[in-house]
Design a protein around this ligand. Structure first.
Ligand code: ADP
Ligand code: ADP
Ligand code: ZN
Length: 216
């Protein structure tokens, strides 16, 4: 199964992708996580990407397509993937279609997580993740059962992203509306667009996604 989770920054793509991964044996491919790994390594791509990411703009289609193409050639993606954060432009969507076609694969569904912009600043500025296992949390909406201890791995170190600040969120939302939202009609025309209400609680969004997956 090849799924895309589509929605603005803070819509809950990463949160839901982690759940789908565990339940359906799919691999989450988060281009944001891949770029942050490249930044941490200090690779050439990472150095270029960091400047762009901190401004809340989009990294070039060439870089992004190359990153995803390499990743889809790795064996662990064979049983299916959840694309989280890719594609983000019409050019990336066209490249993805080509990549999948050469492998004899096709997209099964694109799930739009519909959210209003006004809730996203709070979602994003309250976000943090476990430094050890990457599990996602939120200051108000998703706290670990024991404060300061990761539910999944027991880790006690957490990290916040340098771009998760109110000033950058405005640019990221602008990039979403201008460059990513046009993908919605593109996938609707292909008949594979599903929509869920991303404004409800995390468990409710999971239930809505599972219900949509039953229909494919
Ligand atoms: P995205 O990957 O789309 O940018 P995340 O999954 O990282 O978004 O979610 C952003 C933040 O909001 C995280 O801190 C997460 O715990 C929290 N969150 C995700 N979904 C919901 C929801 N339905 N209701 C409240 N908070 C949520
Ligand atoms: P969020 O879901 O909160 O928007 P991501 O982790 O998906 O954040 O992405 C963080 C940043 O990485 C983006 O603001 C952008 O600069 C860059 N990025 C991630 N994926 C892509 C992509 N497919 N195309 C271009 N830039 C990307
Ligand atoms: Zn952890």
């Amino acid at each position: 199964m090849i799924l895309i989770l589509l929605g603005p920054p803070g819509a809950g793509k990463g949160t839901q992708a982690q759940r789908l991964e565990a339940k359906h044996g799919l691999v989450q491919l988060s281009t944001g996580d891949m770029l942050r790994a490249a930044v941490a390594e200090g690779s050439e791509v990472g150095l270029k990407a960091k400047v762009v990411m901190d401004k809340g703009e989009l990294v070039s289609d060439e870089i992004m397509t190359a990153i995803i193409s390499d990743r889809l050639n790795e064996a662990d993606t064979k049983n299916g993937v959840i694309l989280d954060g890719f594609p983000r432009t019409e050019a990336q969507a066209a490249s993805l279609d080509e990549m999948l076609a050469t492998k004899g694969l096709a997209l099964n569904a694109v799930i739009e997580m519909k959210t209003d912009d006004d809730i996203l600043v709070e979602r994003i500025t309250g976000r943090y993740t476990c430094a050890n296992c990457g599990a996602g949390y939120h200051d108000s909406f998703l706290k670990p059962a024991v404060e300061g201890v990761c539910d999944k791995c027991g880790g006690t170190e957490f990290v916040r992203r340098s771009d998760d600040v109110a000033e950058t969120v405005i640019s990221r939302l602008k990039a979403y509306h201008e460059q990513t939202a046009p993908l919605l009609p593109y996938y609707r025309n292909k008949g594979i667009l599903k929509q869920v209400d991303g404004m409800t609680g995390i468990d409710d969004v999971t239930r809505q996604i599972e219900a949509e997956l039953q229909t494919i």
